[in-house]
Design a protein around this ligand. Structure first.
Ligand code: MLT
Length: 387
């Protein structure tokens, strides 16, 4: 291969396309293949789905899976970092209840920064991963009116402690923990160029700290075309209103004929069933096989795909990660879909902070990627004279 291979020929047609498929940098944590889906440091995500979430976090930060001893030490290290200032919880308690949980998260992240940043990207990244559990559990409890925050016990493990601190009324904690351990791993990272990750890295490139960068990243995830799509998917499955496959097919055809959207199907990059969805369909059969909404989602997997495939203009008729995640969360006791993006954010914080560490500390032989500064073509500007 030549020293400087041409990766991409930029033409006028590439402008105003949201940087779609533009190669802009290197990513060390994960890779997204249109057919095989995401892999973390070379491991297909489905092969990692049953690990300890901490082992997957270790993988993203260290680019190798931990040995048993390394995992024990890493879990203890993360647990020791899980210290949230009481001021954060106090201020959260004063936020307007009608703000979306993601707006609470964005506020909470900057509060965590104001009360505990070190300025070192790796230290702050790991601290943030560890502290996000208490922050997010507190958002659930305060905003949902479930009662005062429950004291943290980081020795339980990241997700186990999170479930303990949420104290979801009426939920089966064991079932919820099983689901959220997998959910966390599946949602951690998705290549370098998804909106929230790109935004977080862009902000960090100006040397803002991890907390502020992550608050910006979560602003990206909050958008209904990105992370917030997961809450819409459960609402959509509910509107189907039947588990009968023929009635479901009729519903899909009528929705499409009326110009409506089939939520949870298709993806910006993927061109096959998202392996994160495949893992969750299998998990659903185990934890909520008899749930009517799960049955609906399962039938949608077959019938919606068949109908969408009839349209040659649809490049990806297959389910993505959101097609089924909300149904499983709902069946496990987390029934308010407004919180689903918050759970996505909980997991994605691990991938984004790890990618920020890579860009700030490892890339370009340790010099880091320069401040992001791309070019826009102004009216009548000669593109050869771009600044
Ligand atoms: C995802 O997890 O599917 C994403 O963050 C969306 C994307 O890859 O653009």
């Amino acid at each position: 291969m030549a020293d400087n291979p041409v990766l991409f020929e930029i033409t006028d047609a590439h402008l105003d396309t949201g940087l779609r498929r533009f190669p802009v940098g290197r990513v060390r944590t994960s890779r997204v293949d249109p057919t095989d889906g995401v892999s973390y440091v070379g491991y297909p995500v489905a092969d990692l789905a049953n690990l300890d979430p901490e082992a997957a976090i270790y993988l993203l930060f260290n680019k190798e899976l931990p040995s048993d001893e390394q995992l024990v030490a890493f879990k203890a290290d993360l647990a020791s970092r899980a210290v949230v200032s009481p001021k954060v919880i106090e201020i959260l308690s004063a936020l307007p209840l009608d703000g979306h949980p993601m707006e609470w998260l964005i506020n909470g992240l900057t509060l965590l920064g104001m009360t505990g940043k070190t300025g070192d990207f790796k230290t702050d990244g790991l601290n943030l991963v560890a502290r996000s559990a208490e922050l997010i559990a507190a958002i659930f409890r305060i905003r949902s009116g479930w009662g005062a925050p429950i004291a943290s016990d980081p020795s339980l493990g990241l997700v186990e402690n999170f479930v303990h601190m949420m104290g979801v009324p009426g939920a089966d904690a064991e079932k919820l923990t099983k689901l959220l351990r997998t959910f966390y791993i599946l949602h951690m990272d998705h290549g370098g160029g998804n909106l929230s990750t790109f935004t977080g890295k862009a902000v960090a490139s100006g040397h803002a700290d991890q907390y502020t960068s992550l608050a910006a990243a979560m602003g990206g995830l909050y958008g209904p075309l990105h992370g917030r799509a997961n809450q819409e998917c459960l609402n959509f499955v509910k509107t189907v209103g039947t588990t009968d496959p023929d009635a479901i097919e009729k519903f899909v055809r009528e929705t499409l004929a009326g110009g409506g959207k089939i939520f949870g199907f298709g993806h910006a990059v993927l061109r096959a069933e998202d392996p994160r969805a495949t893992v969750q369909y299998a998990l659903g059969k185990e934890i909520c096989g008899d749930d009517p909404l799960f049955k609906t989602a399962l039938a949608m997997r077959e019938r919606a795909v068949a109908v969408l495939k009839e349209n040659p203009k649809i490049s990806n008729p297959y389910p993505n990660v959101d097609a089924i995640s909300g149904t499983l969360l709902n069946a496990s006791g987390l029934t308010d879909s407004d919180y689903y993006t918050l759970l996505f954010g909980f997991a994605r914080i691990a991938g984004i902070t790890a990618q920020i560490v890579d860009e700030r500390v490892h890339m370009r032989n340790g010099r880091g990627v320069p401040i992001y500064r791309c070019s826009y073509v102004a009216e009548n500007q000669d593109p050869r004279r771009l600044s």
